[in-house]
Design a protein around this ligand. Sequence first.
Ligand SMILES: Nc1ncnc2c1ncn2[C@@H]1O[C@H](COP(=O)(O)OP(=O)(O)O)[C@@H](O)[C@H]1O
Ligand SMILES: [Mg+2]
Length: 251
Amino acid sequence: MIEVKNVSKTFGENKVLDNVSAIFETGKVNLIIGASGQGKSVLAKCIVGLHEVDEGSIFYDELDFCIMSPEDRRKIRTEIGMLFQGSALFDSMTVEQNIIFPLSMFTKMSKGEMLDRANFCLERVNLAGRNKLYPAECSGGMQKRIAIARAIAMNPKYLFCDEPNSGLDPQTSILIDALIKEITYEYNMTTIVITHDMNSVIEIGDHINFIYKGQNWWQGNNKTIVTTDNKEVVDFVYASDFMKQIRSKLA
Ligand SMILES: Nc1ncnc2c1ncn2[C@@H]1O[C@H](COP(=O)(O)OP(=O)(O)O)[C@@H](O)[C@H]1O
Ligand SMILES: [Mg+2]
C-alpha cells in the first residue's frame, strides 16, 4: 500500500499540488485521472521521488519515503516498476536487451538467470521468441507490451503507469489495460495508473482519484463515477454535449 498524506508542491508561483491525500491499495488498480495540467504526473513523480514534496508525507507500507535515508530509498526504487508515456524503450537495444537492462543494473543475477527472467516476462506479455527484434521493428502495441515486460522484470511490488495508452488505438488500449489489470492481481502489486481515457476508467478503475486544480477532488470507483453528481467529474466523464444528453436520458 502507498499512502499520500497532505502533500503540497509548488513550482515558482504555481501551486501544483494542494494538500493531496490518497491511499493506493495493494492488489488493486488505482487510478489518477483528470484533465491535462491538473497535477497528475507531478503527483506520481512526487510519489516515486523524482520531485521532492514541499509539505506532507508519502508512505510505502508504513515507511515514510520523504524522510528515509538514500539507501532505503534506493531499495524502494528497485521495488518500483515504471511505464512511461510512449514506451521509452532503448532503440539501439534488442527486445531482450531492453528487458535485461534493469536486471543488469540492479541485481547480481548471472547471464543465464537474466535470460530466463527475460523469457519468462516476454512469455507473460505474449511475446515469447521475439527476443532479437529491435523496437523499431515492433508495432506500438508490441512496444507497450515489451515496456510492461521490462517493468515487471524486477518483480516489482509497485507499478506506475503514466498514460499507458497514449498513442494506441482503442482496441489495443483495451488489451494493454487488461494486461495491466491481470498482472496487478496475479502478482498482488500496488498499481497506479494515470489516465484520461474513459475506456480505461471504466475497465480497470478499482479505485479512482480525480485530480482537479491540484486537489484530490473526488474519489470513487468505476461504478460510482458514472452516477456521481460532482459537477467537475460529470464534466470530465460526459465531456461532449452528446454524452450529456445520454446522461440526462438515463437519469
Ligand atoms: N518540472 C516542472 N517545473 C515547473 N512546473 C511544472 C513542472 N512539472 C509540471 N509543472 C506544472 O505543473 C502543472 C501540472 O502538470 P502535470 O502534473 O504534468 O499535469 P498532468 O495532470 O497533465 O499530468 C502544470 O501547470 C505544469 O506546467
Ligand atoms: Mg501528465
